[in-house]
Design a protein around this ligand. Structure first.
Ligand code: SF4
Length: 304
């Protein structure tokens, strides 16, 4: 089972301090060829294909192309995949325009619209989080006709339900609006945040996914496939060369990925003899696996 994120642009309207990718204005965007190659490389058992950035709404042409192409190919190639999109929501300004954008996305084939800008980090960049409130309880109450005061996002969504005659909630077109609430992963620009804001108790996603029999992959603007959404380990290959499931199968035969899957960066550091045992334990207890992972791969790159 595969969950695939496609970072269709590295361009963002903001330059947030908690960005794991160091993105901001002026970043690169995928070509139409790469968009099509990514969609064509998706495994048959993909259960979620999510478009993200950067901020994907700053590059609407590629957003529309990627979503429309994925929707057309879905039935034949990856029939069980939900199509999702992640945005910081900077464009949510009034109910009518927000509704029109939602309607366009829904008609293109989108199932799941996720707003990631509903937190203090985006608020520092003038995102008005009150407009992005999306409370499922308020929606459910409003569907049952109780009066409620709703945010711009909630109002637009209620209009979607009414327009398309969707009388149940949750519905087949779903919205989620959330931000960072459990600490920021200490990678990219985020590692310079005060330590109390960082999530130091995560588990390596590759190890966790191995246990669950799934993979969570990220494809970047060039079509390079990453086994980790933070892009710390090197890419496993390109969608221009092979389907994603073949790249994953080949990668798991290589020591770096099979060791990460078994025991995360701690085991990688031990097996490759990168640090003294006491230093590994110290790093493991004081820092998150992802922070340690960055150090481990920098050290491996130095050695090669
Ligand atoms: S430990 Fe490394 S490979 Fe695992 S999730 Fe963190 S950055 Fe990714």
């Amino acid at each position: 089972m595969h969950e695939v994120w496609f970072q269709a642009t590295e361009n963002c309207n903001l330059k947030c301090g908690h960005c794991a990718y160091n993105f901001g204005p002026g970043g690169e965007t995928a070509s139409e060829d790469t968009v099509e190659a990514v969609v064509e490389a998706l495994p048959k058992d993909t259960f979620s294909f999510s478009l993200t950035g950067g901020e994907i709404f700053t590059r609407k042409q590629i957003l529309v192309h990627a979503l429309a192409y994925a929707a057309v190919m879905r039935e034949e190639r990856f029939p069980n995949a939900k199509l999702a999109l992640q945005t910081n929501g900077y464009w949510v300004d009034n109910p009518e325009e927000t509704f029109e954008r939602m309607r366009t996305l829904f008609e293109l084939g989108l199932d799941f619209l996720c707003f990631s800008g509903n937190d203090k980090y985006h608020e520092e960049h003038d995102i008005d989080t009150s407009k992005l409130r999306f409370d499922p309880k308020i929606i459910a109450d409003s569907v049952r006709n109780s009066s409620n005061s709703t945010s711009i996002l909630e109002t637009a969504y209620l209009k979607m339900l009414a327009t398309y005659g969707i009388d149940s909630f949750p519905s087949s077109f779903y919205v989620l609006s959330s931000g960072i609430d459990k600490g920021v992963y200490p990678v990219g620009r985020a590692k310079h945040l005060p330590s109390e804001e960082l999530n130091m108790h995560s588990v390596c996603d590759i190890t966790r996914n191995q246990t669950n029999g799934r993979s969570e992959l990220l494809v970047d603007v060039r079509g390079d496939v990453h086994m980790c959404i933070w892009k710390i380990p090197p890419p496993i290959g390109s969608v221009h060369d092979a389907p994603i499931d073949v790249l994953v199968e080949d990668a798991m035969k290589k020591p770096i990925y099979s060791i990460l899957a078994l025991g995360g960066p701690e085991m990688l550091a031990k097996v490759f003899g990168l640090y003294e045992q006491s230093d590994i334990q110290d790093m493991f207890y004081r820092f998150s696996p992802c922070y340690m992972c960055e150090q481990v791969f920098a050290k491996l790159a130095e050695k090669s």
